[in-house]
Ligand binder design. Structure first.
Ligand code: ZN
Length: 98
């Protein structure tokens, strides 16, 4: 079974030991991201990312977005960090100031 990197979607990854609770850790050779197969097995498409971004702007509770989109809270938090960095300047400024 091929495992996709949750960050870049690459299947060029290798096993990278186990984390504290025994889950298999993986290391992406393409972007260098480490990820856990179980928690982030779902690859989020660009369309889904865009939809999640809109939901975030609507101030819907994070756990609600997780339920609707089927993503983990951990993924969502990571997405918020990486996603907002990609937004245009003015939007980022508004987000930080409110
Ligand atoms: Zn990757």
């Amino acid at each position: 079974m091929k495992i996709c990197c949750p960050e870049c979607g690459s299947t060029k990854n290798k096993k990278n030991g186990h984390i504290h609770n025994g889950k298999q850790n993986h290391y992406c050779k393409s972007c260098g991201r480490q990820f856990i197969e179980d928690a982030e097995r779902k690859l989020i498409s660009v369309e889904e990312r865009e939809q999640i971004r809109k939901l975030l702007l609507e101030r819907i509770p994070l756990r609600g977005i997780c339920r609707v989109m089927g993503v983990s809270l951990r993924w969502l938090l990571g997405f918020m960090v990486s996603g907002y960095e990609q937004l245009p300047g003015p939007v980022l400024a508004n987000t930080r100031m409110t």
